[in-house]
Unconditional design. Structure first.
Length: 359
């Protein structure tokens, strides 16, 4: 048991003891300390692929603003030509060609990013799986006699590969932040209050989603021993090796009943949390939609009043829509990263365990 003394207290225990909204946020923020060590593992698994992926994402992050700007110029050119009953200027077709080129570039960059993500996934999974196997072989045998260690080891094995989504989310976060900055600057040039309105509108959704995501992690943490028992019962009840004993001692009904009881307990917890998240998420979505359309209505009013051109209306409408979407994605991605960082606690603590006997 001493071998596990260095492990931090699980969030499932924390939620049981304190159970407050702010305590969950404190644990979530403290879990961000797990990210730098994981980034080192990420870099060692494939520095070239990681570098290329970041470069491609940075390039892709500037495309939305470029497309909106060119679309504005195209629409203003068409409106001017129609108003003056004149043909469009020769540069108009250069603008159309430029927009086409950016659209093609966006498609190609997206394909390249998907390819690099797939290559990185294989490299990372291979690297971290080998590290887990290598480290497990170095631990003392007495460590394996502790049932609590098996729960930790099981979570570490799962975290080794299941947290790949969090790592890829870090790359998406970089792209989302750069895109949002470029769009936000263009909106703030027109009206800083619009940007503030968009941010305020999505904050409640961010807080709510983050809170329920943490509750989901705490639930999964508590369910680890139960899920391990379920897997044991599933294998035992359907294996050839145990078939003879099950029939001889009449244990099939007991195993089935035990499995059903445990599974129903997990099912009820999952459904209850999903129901609460659905209700809260619906309310927060309405708030975000109201914020977006309030900003959109203000831009339309300015256009009708003659302060903005049709091209500027199109540009700002697109910028507001994409900025609002990206702000929500940033908050959602940050929340997801913080929550998934909690899952990395056992993996990193596992790597920190040292054998007392060295060969």
């Amino acid at each position: 048991m001493a071998a596990l003394s260095g492990f931090p207290k699980g969030p499932g225990v924390l939620m049981t003891e304190q159970g407050t909204f702010w305590s969950s946020w404190g644990e979530r923020l403290s879990a961000l300390r797990n990210i730098p060590p994981v980034l080192k593992i990420v870099w060692r698994s494939g520095p070239t692929v990681v570098s290329m992926g970041l470069i491609m994402r940075v390039l892709a992050s500037f495309l939305p603003l470029g497309l909106l700007a060119i679309t504005k110029l195209i629409i203003d050119a068409i409106v001017a030509a129609v108003a003056h009953h004149q043909p469009v200027q020769p540069r108009f077709w250069w603008l159309v060609g430029a927009e086409f080129a950016l659209a093609v570039a966006g498609t190609i960059l997206a394909r390249i990013i998907d390819f690099l993500d797939a290559v990185f996934a294989d490299k990372y999974t291979r690297h971290v799986s080998i590290e887990v196997m290598r480290h497990a072989s170095q631990l003392d045998l007495v460590t394996y006699e502790d049932p609590a260690f098996y729960d930790r080891l099981e979570r570490a094995r799962v975290q080794a590969t299941d947290r790949l989504g969090m790592i890829q989310s870090l790359g998406r976060l970089v792209q989302q932040i750069i895109t949002t900055i470029t769009l936000s600057v263009s909106i703030m040039i027109f009206s800083p209050w619009l940007m503030l309105l968009l941010i305020i509108a999505v904050v409640p959704a961010f807080l709510g989603e983050s809170h329920f995501a943490f509750l989901g992690y705490a639930k999964n943490f508590r369910q680890t021993p139960i899920r391990r028992e379920l897997e044991y019962l599933r294998v035992l009840g359907g294996s050839r090796e145990a078939a003879k004993e099950l029939k001889l001692f009449g244990l099939a009904g007991f195993l089935t009943g035990r499995f059903t009881s445990l599974w129903d307990k997990i099912y009820e917890e999952n459904v209850e949390l999903a129901r609460q998240r659905l209700l809260a998420g619906s309310v927060f979505s309405v708030i975000g939609t109201v914020g977006y359309y309030s900003a959109y209505a203000f831009v339309i009013w300015k256009t009708v009043a003659g302060s903005l051109s049709i091209g500027t209306l199109t540009f700002l409408a697109g910028a507001i829509q994409q900025a609002s979407s990206n702000i929500q994605q940033i908050f959602s991605t940050l929340s997801s990263i913080a929550d998934q960082a909690l899952f990395l606690t056992d993996l990193l603590a596992f790597f920190e365990m040292k054998p007392t006997i060295r060969s």
